[in-house]
Design a protein around this ligand. Structure first.
Ligand code: NAP
Length: 316
């Protein structure tokens, strides 16, 4: 797997990274054996950057990832987790909660340091507390070596960019905003990258929207967006291609020019992980992409901040 620099962190990140939210059974029930198989397959192919959070499956994802990484030499993979979000509507960026969260994450992940610690879904939390308490606490922990780099994650690109530059964070993870259907991260990512901040594009399948099975019931995309994506999936099927292949290849082949270091995809399936890895090596079908672009045009860049659906994250 090709690797690139993650901003100025010194981390060489594979262009495809694994998001472990799915190990928390947020899409479908996942056993420890499935978690082990998926993580082992990823590692065998150089996908050695793992992103997780206490919130995913309410700690289940961290526990499953920790179990799957047991016995794997610590220096052979990069571990990113988060602080600040602990439930669907539960944020706490206080010093105490930040410290406690990291202690608990370290125990669940079976490690004594975290490579990239990120403040989770910042737009929903108390930004004053984030700046005055969580970030200074994380910088202190960075001095002690418990965490190595500090980042932020979220959906609101303007806020991510503003805070990242003001607070001089090391990484920014945005999600569902550099995909076949939403391409708003590009401009922001290029500027962040130029400022030396490592940019991670999470959810290239837009949290299941760009899969044959379609979005989960909790997905916040509007019905019009979901219908357009279903039409794209049907088109891909007629052309004998899985929509997820085109969606992942779109994100991967355009990442470098946008200043995106890595694409963080989630799966709890060894078979899907293998497909994702193989798709990295195959070219994007430009003629098919053109047809998709025509179908997607009416809903391009229509995120749930623009046109909310009925899913959870649309409501603050
Ligand atoms: N605010 C944040 O910080 C934030 C928000 C969102 C995401 N993230 C990060 O980004 C990661 C990825 O996001 P995500 O998992 O939510 O969304 P995603 O990667 O866009 O999509 C995951 C969905 O796609 C399916 N899938 C994966 N590979 C597939 C394939 N080859 N064929 C068919 N289906 C496939 C998965 O099902 P299977 O398990 O069945 O393969 C799952 O249902 C997360 O794990 C997390 O680390 C961060």
């Amino acid at each position: 797997m090709k690797t690139v620099a993650l901003g100025r962190t010194g981390i060489q990140v594979p262009v495809l990274a694994m998001g472990a939210a799915s190990l928390g059974s947020i899409y479908h029930p996942v056993s420890q054996q499935q978690a082990n198989d998926t993580v082992t397959t990823a590692l065998e192919h150089g996908v050695n950057y793992f992103d997780v959070a206490p919130y995913y499956g309410l700690t289940k994802a961290e526990t499953a990832l920790g179990g799957a990484l047991k016995g794997v030499p610590r220096a052979s993979y990069t571990l990113a987790t988060k602080v600040g979000r602990y439930g669907d509507s539960q944020w706490d960026f206080s010093r105490e909660a930040t410290l406690r969260s990291i202690d608990e994450s370290l125990a669940r992940l079976g490690t004594d340091y975290i490579d990239v610690i990120q403040c989770h879904d910042i737009e929903y939390g108390d930004l004053h507390q984030l700046v005055e308490e969580a970030l200074p606490m994380l910088r202190e922990l960075q001095q002690s070596g418990l965490v190595r780099h500090v980042g932020i994650t979220g959906y609101d690109l303007a806020l991510l960019e503003k805070l990242a530059v003001e607070q001089k964070v090391d990484t920014v993870m945005a999600y569902c905003t550099w995909t076949l259907q939403d391409r708003r991260l590009g401009d922001v990512a290029r500027r962040l990258n130029q400022a030396g901040i490592g940019v991670l594009n999470a959810s290239p399948l837009s949290m299941g929207l760009l899969t044959r099975g379609g979005a989960p019931t909790w997905h916040p995309a509007h019905e019009d967006v979901q219908n357009a994506c279903r039409a794209v999936s049907a088109l891909c099927d007629r052309e004998g291609v899985n929509i997820s292949q085109v969606a992942l290849q779109f994100a991967l082949t355009t990442a470098a020019e946008q200043g995106i270091a890595t694409t963080v995809i989630g799966t709890a399936s060894k078979e899907n992980m293998l497909d994702n890895i193989h798709w990295c090596e195959q070219p994007l079908d430009a003629a098919l992409l053109q047809k998709i672009d025509e179908l997607i045009a009416p809903v391009l860049n229509i995120g749930w901040d623009v046109l909310p659906g009925n899913g959870g994250k649309a409501q603050k």
